[in-house]
Design a protein around this ligand. Structure first.
Ligand SMILES: *Cc1c(COP(=O)(O)O)cnc(C)c1O
Length: 832
């Protein structure tokens, strides 16, 4: 639509950013958007109105940003991720737009408590854990660095389940985040694409062999509808787009049944196709080979690739410039079908030859590997895949044929190597190795921490690293300081800014200016005061949720993350029981009171992880009721760990538990959030812990346990029973659990844990136990010297700047994306 008169008038005005202007919009939205008055408006209505007030102001900048991207025909970053763990967005949007203080003032004048409105927003929980949260931090950093970027994903109707602890165990409840409508999203039914499934491929025998346009016919079709969420940068006018796809039944699909007069069947089929975007799979780092999951992946990949090509072709009439204008970053293998889908569209729709299509595809795509765990690797059974995506299977076979031909020319006759590198795993059931597809189809492959990248290159991807020198790089993860310090910990942010200014917000290395202040007794006192207040805030939150009253003078020791055997929550809870026994026996005196706090969801089908939660809850019940010890030691499992809860946890933490078996945690990011908020880390030489140690200094972190190499060396000869027999208190700890001391009403409840621990102990819990206990003793000792503790905590914050996601994104951009930032100039408009 080109109506200059209309647009000139329309674009004349801008929304006021001062308290007055905010109040006007706020009142207007209550009345005209929600149709409420002073009698009927609920807190939720007030939240919705404030969100719409912020959204109006974002939209002005959003439109301007997208216009300028178009006018400058910029190269764009397309970040493809099956998960975005955004959390709440009201506060960070107000902060990033620079209107937080005026909004606070506006609400104060109306006697509305802003903090209470913020609490009305449901978490946008479209992710499981670290991988999804990383995508959310990256969106913030890309917008803040003024990079033209689009996030693409799935608009799950139900995000990660709500965890309720009932009868000392996890129960899962659907989390209906869209129930009261989502004020941040804008539906764009005009951007909808057809996604095809099943059917068959008709060979093209007409054209010559170099250009074969095979026809994929008799498919079942689903529509993808775009829902856009604006992503505002901090302190600039950039507003990027997170575009999430929702599945809708396609008209064509229903018509067939209508024509046969089967109305109910048609409606039923409509439901089936809309199931595709219904629910997030709640597995973190566990592959579940369900067809619906494969449908989800292809669904969002196909919509996204079609959308990317549509946008490119507005300004180009061939694909020659495609890799110069488009880069597709795949967050793990979940979107790795992008390689096959881009090939399919270039070959079958746009009639490019294989070589040209392959050159464009591999120069456009890039892949981030997130794990070394074999159970997490995505391998789709060929039979399932062939049924759902027959044309893509043909393309993958052809990619593999050409790739293996290349492999065999460089290692003549090495059949083992060819078998190892093939995109197809042979065996009882043939499977497609999605990681191999992603590697072969990309010009860049990266790991997410130094150790992780090194292990990738030396072990599971060694063959590929040798074949493609230079293709593998490291991009150590990061977190956004806007959410994880500025918004989550306002008191600490104020203290920091008062002393060193505000540059740290966009240049986190400036926190180094805090180093000299670590020696200033007055500054330390203020620092301690902030931590104490944050601990008190958490104490009242925790008592409201669980009824347990914590001691804010005790050490707040947190392990919050998904429950996983490799993350070793079991090591932590065994050690808690061990300490309790030592206190009871009068062995350990001089213990500073400590509160051990656990949080995290277990995948609903992960039996052992759910049993670990039960052990923590049963232990907490017994220990917290022991009057002889509960002034020194308390245990809490805080339910439903999620982004909005995490924002209350990090500021209140004294100790951060990062205790995975070395070599198993790819990076970790909660280790960074804790350190940024002045917690001391107790951790293994794993993932980004190593780089945190290098930055903060090894005298300012508690490192324990076997190294990744020692873990590998130990495996051959490891017998967990020797550790069990050599430490009588450790033996007693395990025997108590085995003998149902913590589960008198449920005999042998924890036998699967104990059996596994004494016979296999695959994550070397017992091998690291002694070393862990010693490190914990050092924590106990240091805490009792509050001056020294605080000095070290300040140094942790001062030296954590490397772990800003701004640094991570700059590295991606310099090494892989090579996109120019574009400063968005806001048009002159009259105030309204
Ligand atoms: C940061 C974060 C994670 C990742 O935690 P790790 O300890 O690095 O696994 C998971 N969930 C939430 C809600 C987070 O904020």
């Amino acid at each position: 639509m080109r109506n200059s008169a209309l647009f000139e008038k329309w674009g004349l005005f801008k929304k006021g950013m001062d308290a007055k202007g905010i109040q006007l919009s706020f009142a207007s939205h209550i009345e005209y958007s929600l149709s409420k008055d002073q009698y009927t408006a609920t807190m939720r209505d007030l939240y919705q109105s404030l969100a719409l007030t912020a959204r109006d102001r974002i939209i002005e900048r959003w439109i301007q940003t997208q216009q300028m991207y178009h006018e400058h025909d910029v190269k764009r970053i397309y970040y493809l991720s099956a998960e975005y763990l955004m959390g709440r967005v009201l506060t960070t949007n107000l902060i990033n737009l620079g209107m937080y203080d005026e909004t606070k003032k506006a609400m104060d004048e109306l006697h509305v408590e802003l903090a209470n409105l913020v609490e009305m927003e449901p978490d946008m929980g479209l992710g499981n854990g670290g991988l999804g949260r990383l995508a959310a931090c990256f969106l913030d950093s890309m917008a803040t660095l003024e990079l033209p970027a689009h996030g693409y994903g799935i608009r799950y109707e139900f995000g990660i389940f709500d965890q309720v602890i009932k009868n000392l165990r996890q129960t899962e409840h659907p989390e209906n985040w869209l129930k009261y409508t989502n004020p941040w999203e804008i539906a764009r039914p005009e951007y909808s694409y057809t996604v095809r499934y099943y059917g068959k491929v008709e060979e093209d025998n007409e054209s010559n062999t170099s250009i074969r346009k095979n026809k994929w016919i008799d498919t079942s079709d689903v529509l993808g509808i775009a829902y856009d969420t604006p992503i505002a940068g901090y302190g600039n006018n950039t507003v990027n787009t997170l575009r999430l796809w929702a599945a809708r039944a396609s008209k064509e699909f229903n018509l067939e049944y209508f024509q046969h007069g089967d109305y109910l069947k048609a409606v039923e089929e409509k439901n089936i196709s809309e199931n595709i975007s219904k629910v997030l799979y709640p597995n973190d780092e566990i592959f579940e080979g369900k067809e619906l999951r494969l449908k989800q992946q292809y669904f969002f990949v196909s919509c996204s690739i079609q959308d990317i090509i549509r946008r490119y072709l507005i300004q180009h009439n061939n694909f020659d410039q495609f890799p110069e204008k488009v880069v597709i970053q795949m967050n793990d293998t979940h979107p790795s079908l992008a390689v096959a889908e881009l090939m399919r569209i270039l070959l079958d729709v746009h009639s490019l030859g294989w070589k040209k299509a392959w050159d464009i595809t591999s120069r456009t795509c890039a892949y981030t590997n997130h794990t070394l765990l074999s159970e997490a690797l995505e391998k789709w059974p060929v039979n399932m895949f062939k049924n759902l995506l027959p044309r893509h299977l043909q393309i993958i076979y052809e990619i593999n044929r050409r790739f293996l031909r290349e492999v065999s020319t460089i290692c003549i006759g090495d059949e083992n190597k060819i078998r190892r590198m093939s995109l197809i795993e042979e065996g009882n059931e043939q499977k497609i190795r999605m990681a191999h597809l992603a590697i072969v189809g990309s010009h860049s492959v990266n790991g997410v921490a130094e150790l992780h990248t090194k292990l990738l290159r030396e072990t599971v991807l060694k063959d590929f690293d040798e074949m493609f020198p230079g293709k593998f790089t490291n991009k150590t993860n990061g977190i956004t300081p806007r959410r994880w310090l500025l918004a989550a910990n306002p008191d600490l942010s104020r203290l920091i800014s008062k002393n060193i200014g505000t540059d740290w917000i966009t240049n986190l290395n400036r926190l180094r200016d805090l180093e000299p202040l670590s020696e200033d007794p007055q500054f330390r006192k203020k620092w301690q005061k902030v931590k104490q207040i944050n601990k008190e805030i958490f104490t009242s939150l925790a008592s409201g949720i669980t009824g347990l009253l914590l001691d804010p003078d005790s050490i707040f020791d947190f392990q919050v993350k998904r429950i996983h055997e490799y993350k070793r929550q079991l090591l932590n809870i065994l050690h808690v029981i061990y300490c309790w026994l030592k206190i009871k026996k009068g062995i350990d005196t001089n213990i500073h009171p400590r509160t051990f706090i656990f949080g995290g969801k277990a995948a609903p089908g992960y039996f052992i992880a759910k049993l670990i939660i039960r052990l923590i809850c049963h232990t907490a019940k017994v220990l917290n009721n022991d009057k002889s010890t509960n002034s020194l030691l308390q245990v809490l499992f805080i339910p439903n760990y999620r982004v909005s809860l995490a924002e209350r946890i990090f500021p209140a933490a004294d100790v951060s538990e990062q205790i995975s078996t070395a070599g198993y945690e790819a990076s970790g990011t909660s280790n960074m959030k804790f350190a940024l908020n002045g917690a001391m880390t107790i951790g293994t030489l794993d993932g980004a812990n190593i780089e945190i140690m290098e930055e903060v200094g090894k005298e300012n972190i508690f490192i324990f346990g076997l190294s990744a190499q020692e873990v590998v060396d130990m495996r051959h000869s490891y017998d967990p029973k020797t550790f069990y027999h050599n430490d009588p208190i450790l033996k007693k700890t395990i025997d108590l659990i085995k003998d149902n001391f913590f589960s008198p009403e449920d005999h042998d409840l924890f036998m699967p844990l104990i059996d596994n621990l004494l016979n296999q102990d695959p994550y070397l819990v017992l091998a690291d136990f002694e070393s862990y206990h010693q490190a914990q003793n050092q924590v106990n000792e240091l805490y009792q010297n509050q001056d020294e503790w605080t000095r070290k905590a300040i140094l942790n914050v001062a030296r954590i700047g490397k772990f800003s996601s701004d640094r991570t994104i700059s590295e991606y951009n310099n090494d892989i994306w090579k996109v120019s930032p574009l400063k968005i100039i806001q048009e002159e408009r009259l105030p309204r």
